[in-house]
Design a protein around this ligand. Structure first.
Ligand code: HCB
Length: 216
């Protein structure tokens, strides 16, 4: 039987081979062997997607490859999601978090993993979807009064719009009533500090830790 590390390597390789069946098999093996699904997503599938992204940037892979790899990863995450939900804390609601991928950006995989992990940790999560207009973030705060508003940006061209979330919340007089969280591959702690976001999360586990701390 594979160890956690071996399974992660297999998961990474399967994503890099654009092999949806193999990714699903690895996810099923993770469940039957009682191994850690979170580590498989983070250290296996995500590591594979990052390599695909690098090769796309270098021009050795093309958009159809990225699409195929992301479909393979999503299929694996889908198999693991019910397993993740079993880890859910059944305690009282830890707070409400609205999260979406920023205007102009259709990358959803990471944002959805963050949303799932926050739900599992006991938060009430409102998933705003992708390509979310800045006005919709503001409306989500007005209507749902979340404790935390999260945005995800995967491109340097769209992360700049996270500034707009801060500014338009201030203009609407809502900024003091909500904490903001930013994340996504190009986003850093420095960027969060620069735009005045309350929380920067590097990955889903970090988002859970920091959102819990923010609610204390
Ligand atoms: Co896309 N793409 N892509 N892409 N894509 C990137 C992001 C590039 C970096 C690839 C590259 O060039 N190296 C690049 C962006 C360059 C830039 O910065 N300007 C890029 C580009 C250019 C594009 C298109 C413009 C390509 C084109 O059409 N010519 C186009 C975008 C169109 C648009 O948005 N308007 C495009 C399209 C696609 C898809 C559709 C093929 C596919 C997305 C499928 C989907 O999401 N349903 C895709 C993918 C998969 C990628 C890469 C390869 C992987 C992204 C991913 O899913 N990673 C990515 C390269 C990369 O990021 N290394 C590439 C895995 C997840 C789990 O990691 O970082 O998203 P994550 O999320 C983490 C973490 O950041 C954090 O937690 C997550 C879980 O641990 N987190 C948050 C994320 N959001 C958070 C929010 C919070 O509040 C807190 C934490």
């Amino acid at each position: 039987m594979a160890t956690q590390e071996e399974l992660q390597e297999k998961g990474k390789a399967a994503v890099m081979d654009f092999d949806e069946d193999a990714v699903v098999e690895v996810a099923e093996e993770c469940i039957s062997a009682g191994l850690d699904p979170v580590a498989l997503i983070q250290e296996g599938f995500t590591a594979g997607m990052n390599e695909i992204g690098d090769q796309f940037e270098q021009g050795t892979l093309f958009l159809p490859h990225v699409i195929a790899a992301s479909e393979a990863m999503s299929a694996g995450v889908e198999v693991l999601t019910p397993e993740l939900e079993k880890l859910s804390t059944k305690s009282e609601n830890k707070g409400t978090i609205a999260i979406g991928t920023i205007e102009g950006d259709i990358h959803t995989i990471g944002k959805d993993i963050v949303a799932t992990m926050l739900k599992i940790a006991g938060f009430n999560v409102i998933n705003l979807g992708r390509d979310v207009p800045i006005a919709d973030y503001v409306n989500a705060v007005k209507e749902n009064k979340p404790d935390i508003l999260g945005s995800s940006a995967l491109m340097t061209t769209t992360m700049v719009l996270q500034t707009q979330v801060e500014e338009q919340l201030k203009e609407a007089g809502l900024r003091d009533g909500v904490k903001t969280m930013v994340g996504g591959a190009p986003v850093t702690q420095d960027w969060a500090n620069k735009i005045g976001a309350d929380i920067y999360a590097e990955n889903a586990a970090d988002a859970v830790t920091k959102c819990k701390a923010a609610m204390e």
